[in-house]
Design a protein around this ligand. Sequence first.
Ligand code: FMN
Length: 240
Amino acid sequence: MLPSAASTGKPDRIFAAWADVGYDSDKTGKYPQLEGAGRMEKGKFHEVIRTRRSVRRYRDAPVPRHVLERLLEAAIWAPSAHNDQPWYFAVVTKPDVKRRLLEAMGSRWRADLLADGLSPERVEHELQRSARRLLAAPVWVLFFLDTGYVAGHDDPRRRRAEYASMVQSVAAAIQNFLLAAHVEGLGACWRVAPLFCPDEVCRALDLPPNYQAQALITLGYPAEKPTSTRKPLDELVKWL
Ligand SMILES: Cc1cc2nc3c(=O)[nH]c(=O)nc-3n(C[C@H](O)[C@H](O)[C@H](O)COP(=O)(O)O)c2cc1C
């Protein structure tokens, strides 16, 4: 039997969100995985996956809060190792918070680029170019890994594997989020910048240090239609 909101104790909000996207059209209030997946046209599903692109230019239009919540709901339905759900999110729309975060990340990036031997002028140029592009995105969503979920093995090999499984879980949530954004007609781009300065990100957003930033997703209504290619599948598979 499929669990209902009452039997799971989970908030009705989750079911309402699914109903919004048309997965629970007969309003049974049930978890939709089996029934919903069956209802969705298979070709449509693959079209959604294949037509998602990394969108880096956005229209100057806000994204409604209920749409952002729907994307985050999609994120939290990703699979996760041990079902630990080791993710945490920060949704940033306020310009002063964006600037604070940019400054924090920029100071680390500046030091890294100077250490790489780039001239100070070139470094400032790169930082400003990147800041301009990022600030033009109406919404930033940061995905964190709560390192408190990484099992405390003494054996470094097992600890490394546990850590990787948590990183993979957050990445699965990010992909759900990107696909849901695409379905909503939004454009998004996965950015690695925070990975290089997790401590600076936590300090700038006043979050505890166990929240390790994995990615910054820029989001908004698209102002470009990028294309992309893929390597052929037959180069990438060994059938055994
Ligand atoms: C882990 C990861 C990190 C990425 N980091 C960046 C980034 O820092 N900046 C950026 O512009 N795009 C970034 N991307 C987007 C990729 O460049 C993009 O997915 C790739 O070029 C394929 O294009 P498509 O997403 O449009 O198919 C990242 C993607 C992934 C999965």
